[in-house]
Design a protein around this ligand. Structure first.
Ligand SMILES: Cc1cc2nc3c(=O)[nH]c(=O)nc-3n(C[C@H](O)[C@H](O)[C@H](O)COP(=O)(O)O)c2cc1C
Length: 158
């Protein structure tokens, strides 16, 4: 069984979780990268810019990727939480990928307020089977603990 872990990460937390999940599942990894990253990590303005993108339902253009999504029946999708929901690059991915009939597990990283991120992702992925959801708070404070939690979660998906 070949699995794929797809994620976007501005500041590295989601990347850490995605990499640990992929290791356990022996999955391929796909990091989504906007062609133009308008938001600078570690700046205060990131909240304004990111929040605005979410509010306007922006779909930033993504750098091309070489993964053939048809090849994968099992996909894990991870996002940071922005303004209580999933990020604009994930919105672009959902719109372009046209995923159907896949088994999908979802996760998000946040600072304590995940809002309806996972529910919103599930809605956007209708036509697929959502098999599991998980979330990780304050990963940057507790990297090894959260990485371990991710590995344990991934083991349940096998
Ligand atoms: C634009 C923006 C909006 C955010 N909104 C939220 C939020 O609504 N709730 C929350 O708990 N954290 C929020 N955060 C914090 C991130 O979700 C959190 O730090 C996450 O772990 C970052 O993941 P990353 O390191 O993969 O980018 C926000 C961060 C940014 C940049």
């Amino acid at each position: 069984m070949t699995s794929l872990v797809v994620y976007y990460s501005l500041e590295g937390s989601t990347r850490l979780i995605a990499e640990n999940v992929a290791k356990v599942l022996e999955a391929d990894l796909l990091e989504l990268k906007p062609v133009k990253e308008e938001i600078k990590p570690n700046s205060f303005m990131k909240f304004l810019w990111g929040g605005r993108q979410v509010f306007l339902k922006k779909m930033p253009e993504l750098a091309p990727f070489d993964k053939d999504l048809e090849k994968y029946d099992h996909i894990v999708i991870g996002t940071p939480v922005w303004s209580f929901t999933y990020t604009p690059p994930i919105r672009t991915f959902f719109s372009k990928a046209g995923l159907k009939n896949k088994e999908i597990a979802l996760f998000c990283c946040h600072d304590g307020s995940k809002g309806k991120t996972l529910e919103n992702m599930e809605k956007a992925l209708s036509g697929n089977k959502i098999i599991a959801k998980s979330d990780y708070a304050n990963v940057f404070k507790d990297r090894e603990d959260k990485a371990e939690k991710a590995r344990e979660w991934a083991a349940t998906l096998k």
